[in-house]
Design a binder for this molecule. Structure first.
Ligand code: SAH
Length: 459
């Protein structure tokens, strides 16, 4: 480590800025954000800088730099276009042991300003000590994406309630309480744009904790998308990193699962041919039980939890048990597979609507409104349709769709193993057997499938 990022309290402290051009103005903006009083020395000054100086309660000296100006600041920034002036300011400031920064000249600096991520009262500095500013900025971009804007509201809420919490709870409960606030249902409320509700819950629970501490769990029903981890939402990723325990099933890809917090307990509840799956009712109960233990429970599902995901049943039970939960949508297999296979689900020339249908067999039979499905101008997407594929194709043809209607199977869509098999209603079932298509696979039927050849990605 070449530089240590220190957090400097500049509220109302005089800071000397030598230079009055755009670079100095940029620095002045930053110093003002931190509440500094600006003292500027420069023959000329931008209008914005003049205004910043004024509203900071500082002073502008329209003169060339002289050593005695250093008496006027506790921190010095040189931002003139004259290298020689910058060097003199740096040497003078060092002689007086004043912290000095010269813009873009790390060798003349005793401090540098790190790349900053700001969220209200929070600031995160990333410094590479001048070694790799672009790397620092790229890390900043990653942090920007990772930290929800709601972090600012969270910090502000903490500032508002801090004294009350301090009064009500001794350590170590206080620490646990804040931990709960920042990772539990209060944080979820703030994150979903309801800071007032979050704060109300904070105060309500604070009262309870002040009497007897009692853990409160929560369930996150999260759509993990069709496979490619890049298709997760930011909220999904955040909650995945907060979970104490995760219940996942077969459709959740290994790569997605790897992004769950390392220490979280992992419980597999999916089906595999040789194992019995955990019955839905037991999953519902398990979610309730784990949350009642005070855990943050992640129910991670493939695709979207509300599309053939039984998400509705799971939260129904949670609502009965009065357990806080939130649902995070995911990219459903139809969207993921269609995009990655170059098959637009709607298209002005081919389809004005799209239907998601489950091809799941009930007692060996597939009961669907075939006549409706066979009407033209729509795209049909069959989930879980591999075993019923013969029936699907035959019934659609029997009810009026031309046998040469294009149809495709997308196997393991969006993953590196994705395969697309294209045929029509007549040929697809045999093609699927020949190519040994495996689950998970999605069937897409309609004119849009004919676009695949031109629109598929070239990898
Ligand atoms: N909730 C999920 C769907 C669950 S039903 C979602 O929104 O995507 C399970 C069916 O989804 C599978 O049988 C298969 O038809 C389809 N499916 C899920 N992931 C898939 C993938 N990566 N590639 C192809 N089909 C997929």
């Amino acid at each position: 480590m070449r530089y240590i990022p220190l957090a400097f309290d500049l509220i109302d402290r005089p800071c000397l800025l030598v230079g009055g051009g755009p670079v100095a103005t940029r620095k002045a903006r930053l110093l003002r954000k931190a509440g500094a009083r600006l003292v500027v020395v420069a023959p000329d000054i931008t209008d914005e800088l003049r205004e910043l100086v004024r509203e900071s309660g500082g002073q502008y000296y329209p003169e060339p730099y002289r050593t005695d100006f250093l008496d006027l600041g506790e921190l010095v920034i040189a931002a003139t276009s004259e290298e020689s002036v910058n060097a003199i300011v740096s040497a003078d400031a060092r002689a007086l042991r004043l912290p000095v920064n010269v813009v873009d000249s790390p060798e003349l600096c005793t401090f540098t300003v790190p790349a900053l991520v700001e969220r209200g009262p929070l600031s995160i500095g990333i410094s590479s000590g001048g070694a790799a500013p672009v790397l620092a900025r790229s890390i900043r971009a990653q942090l920007e994406a990772l930290l929800s804007p709601a972090v600012a509201s969270m910090a502000e809420m903490a500032a508002r309630t801090r004294d009350r919490v301090k009064e009500a709870l001794p350590e170590p409960q206080r620490k646990d309480f804040w931990q709960w606030v920042f990772t539990g249902p209060v944080a979820s409320k703030v994150e979903s744009g309801k800071p007032e509700e979050g704060e109300a819950q904070l105060l309500e629970v604070l009262e309870k904790w002040a009497g007897s501490p009692e853990p409160t769990g929560e369930v996150y029903l999260v759509g993990g998308g069709p496979g490619d981890p890049d298709l997760l939402t930011f909220r999904a990723l955040r909650l995945m990193q907060q979970a104490d325990v995760v219940l996942y099933d077969r459709l959740v890809s290994k790569e997605v699962l790897e992004l769950v917090r390392r220490d979280a307990e992992r419980v597999y509840v999916g089906k595999k041919r040789e194992f019995h799956s955990v019955p839905q009712d037991n999953i519902n109960q398990l979610l309730v039980d784990l949350a009642r233990e005070g855990k943050k429970v992640l129910r991670l599902k493939g695709g979207d939890p509300f599309i053939f995901g039984r998400g509705g049943e799971e939260i129904d039970r949670l609502a009965d048990a009065r357990i806080p939960f939130q649902v995070v949508p995911g990219i459903t297999a139809a969207s993921g597979c269609a995009s990655y296979a170059g098959i637009p689900l709607t298209h002005r020339d081919h389809a004005q609507s799209v239907r998601f249908i489950t091809g799941h067999l009930k007692e060996g039979e597939l009961v669907l409104p075939w006549k409706e499905l066979a009407s033209p101008g729509q795209t049909l997407v069959f989930y879980m349709g591999l075993t019923g594929l013969d029936t699907i194709c035959a019934q659609l043809a029997a009810h009026g769709l031309p046998a040469e209607t294009p149809a495709a199977l997308v196997e393991k869509g969006t993953t590196p193993e994705q395969r697309v098999v294209v045929g029509n209603l007549q040929t697809l079932p045999d093609l699927a057997r020949e190519r040994e298509v495996q689950a998970p696979a999605l069937t897409i039927v309609g004119g849009v499938v004919s676009l695949h050849e031109k629109l598929q990605w070239f990898r």
